[in-house]
Design a binder for this molecule. Structure first.
Ligand code: NI
Length: 213
């Protein structure tokens, strides 16, 4: 997301929480929710739970990689893992984050093979494993693309405290997916180490990954 970032109605950061609460109230009372959520920009605030301990972020998952192979968190143990969520139709935020990830992997040189970077779709209806494969490859052949059923994707997003909301444009019948866009660094044991904003620099991301080697 999101084209709505440039909207004059875009709320400032400090006003977003009441807006989200307002949107939830909208959900309860019905009507206008999609419009309301569409006005919420891709968030850059820290997840409220990030400081409460390693167990708060991440956990078991079962998804399908771009080769069609079913994988779980166990397949990635032993190497630090960078986890980033998004979708291939995302117009700006996801691609810029993936460029930073690709840049950081380049910056790590031969050590890039000692880490795993995964991009998890929040839009598995359109982002099949094959679509994910083509997409991540356009940024870096080293990025792993993960997809699965909507329930599987939602379950993983939940363990990472990722916000996701399908937003339908009723005029065109198309949809977008609003989502939070942090990068999560997990250590070699699969435990949460730190999160970074999608706007992190290549150098800072490379340093964060190196710290886990
Ligand atoms: Ni996005």
């Amino acid at each position: 997301m999101s084209k709505s970032n440039s909207s004059p109605k875009t709320p400032q950061k400090k006003q977003r929480l009441p807006l989200v609460l307002g949107a939830l109230a909208g959900l309860i009372f019905g009507g206008g929710l999609a419009t309301f959520l569409a006005s919420i920009p891709e968030t850059t605030e820290a997840p409220a739970t990030a400081t409460t301990g390693k167990a708060a972020i991440g956990g078991p998952f079962s998804l399908v990689d771009q080769t069609g192979k079913r994988v779980s968190e166990k397949d990635f143990l032993g190497k630090p893992m960078l986890v980033y969520f998004g979708f291939t139709h995302c117009p700006d935020i996801c691609p810029s984050g993936l460029q930073v990830i690709a840049g950081a992997l380049d910056a790590l040189g031969s050590e890039a093979d000692k880490v795993t970077a995964v991009f998890v779709t929040l839009d598995p209806e359109r982002d099949t494993p094959a679509v994910m494969g083509e997409y991540v490859k356009s940024f870096s052949p080293k990025i792993v693309g993960l997809s699965g059923s909507l329930d599987e994707v939602k379950a993983m997003a939940k363990t990472y405290k990722v916000f996701m909301q399908k937003v339908v444009d009723e005029k065109s019948g198309t949809y977008s997916v609003d989502h939070s866009s942090f990068m999560y660094v997990m250590n070699r044991s699969g435990e949460f180490a730190q999160h970074l904003p999608h706007s992190v620099s290549i150098d800072d991301l490379a340093a964060a990954l190196k710290k886990q080697l």
